[in-house]
Design a protein around this ligand. Sequence first.
Ligand code: SAM
Length: 309
Amino acid sequence: MFKYFEKIKNDSNESFFCEIEKLSKVEFAKKNGNKPKWEQCLKDLANVEKSTLIQKQEYLFVDKEVQKQAFENLRPWRKGPYSFKNFNLDSEWNGFIKWQRIEKHLNFTNKTVLDVGCGNGYFAFLMGLKNAKFVLGLEPFLLFNYQFKAIQSLTNNTQNIAIAPLKLEQIPDCKAFDIVFSMGVLYHAKSPIEHILKLKQMLTTGGELVLETLIVEGTCGYSLTPTDRYAKMRNVWFIPSEKTLISWLKRCGFASVEVIDDSITSFEEQRKTSWIGDDSQSLEDFVEGEKTIEGYPRPRRLMLLCRVS
Ligand SMILES: C[S@@+](CC[C@H](N)C(=O)[O-])C[C@H]1O[C@@H](n2cnc3c(N)ncnc32)[C@H](O)[C@@H]1O
């Protein structure tokens, strides 16, 4: 990761990338009992000759035989799927379904991209393959950073992609990004307005924001705050109606807000697989018919393409 920063630090916004590097080092240095196991996985993969990462149907594919055990030790694999010469890594989410909703609306060529809440970088890799200049992902959950490192370590065409183990609110403001993504993060924010304003702070003039979040039916102004969990998820704070979400974005200064997708999450997109690990529950355990097990409307996600002017 730091090799990559060396490269882009020579570009504009040098102090921003130096700060990201500094903050990342602090996070990686924090105690975590799983780190030796995760570091071992990277060591186990270190002798594999690097190969080109390609997209092959829904998979991100590396044409090499790799130690399956190393990847099993990095479970749960929420995001993907990935594939190698000797096995398919079918993650809980089939991310390619979401990617197909996104890619037709954007041109990534030579663009600078920030992916907030990027998981293990599945979408960041795809953006890199679409010729983005560079992609910076933010992902506070350390395991997903190790998953990213594991995949990246096998490849020779992903050096323009990096992930930092940071939350959006930890990074300095910097109008460095042509495209900013926040997918599946807004409902985790205690202050959705501050989240949106911060996303806007990261955009270049004329930049584009792709925002994806859970929504519910309701009038303008309505938003659901679950009393506790939502579809078994902790830390869900605000699930607005479509009209409320659009009004938040307009109040925050986005002049153009276009709905590019509106989907009920299916069992095909979020599925139970062996790659989730010991806690193998998934969406099918969290919904009953049209309701979540807590009695709320079942997950429906809206994707918006927003521009400042
Ligand atoms: C539901 S997942 C979505 C992952 C991916 N963006 C996608 O659409 O499939 C949300 C991710 O955002 C991360 N996250 C939560 N709060 C965040 C924050 N404040 N800043 C950056 N990432 C955050 C979580 O750790 C988690 O991996």
